[in-house]
Design a protein around this ligand. Structure first.
Ligand SMILES: [Zn+2]
Ligand SMILES: [Zn+2]
Length: 145
């Protein structure tokens, strides 16, 4: 049985049903995530679009294409909560905090961040033991001085 995750916005008008393993579960430092979520970097999990189904409130979900960024924000117009962002690859990027909130406050262990990516674009340094990929989630790694 593949894992299934249910997440909903604060007012519960919109619910997602997410099935299967994410493509990536990591801290994302890319400018797009930062701008859309207003955070210095974002613990996220990303799935392909077909794995993330809007199981309630699909009609009310609003998608907003940022004019400059390669990202589209999908949010609930009632409570304003972002359910996911769609990136340039078509992945649906979900905040790990939202995943935790909807799982009795605990992030499912298999979704815990295992790396940093787009670390080259960072606005804050992070000192931890996780690998720090400079661009995507593979390729060259950050080497501390
Ligand atoms: Zn809502
Ligand atoms: Zn990002």
């Amino acid at each position: 049985m593949p894992e299934t995750y249910k997440v909903h916005c604060t007012c519960a008008a919109v619910e997602l049903t997410i099935t299967g393993a994410p493509i990536v579960h990591a801290h994302c430092h890319c400018m797009d995530c930062r701008e859309l979520l207003n955070l210095p970097y974002c613990p996220v999990a990303a799935w392909s679009a077909s794995q993330v189904v809007v199981s309630r409130g699909a009609k009310s979900l609003v998608e907003y294409q940022h004019p400059k960024l390669g990202m589209r924000r999908a949010f609930c117009p009632r409570c304003g909560e972002v359910l996911y962002n769609t990136n340039a690859m078509g992945w649906r990027v979900v905040s790990q905090l939202l995943l935790a909130k909807c799982n009795r406050g605990v992030l499912p262990a298999e979704l815990a961040p295992d790396k940093h990516f787009f670390y080259e674009q960072r606005v804050v340094d992070v000192h931890d033991h996780l690998p720090k990929y400079l661009r995507g989630s593979s390729g060259p790694l950050f080497e501390p001085d």
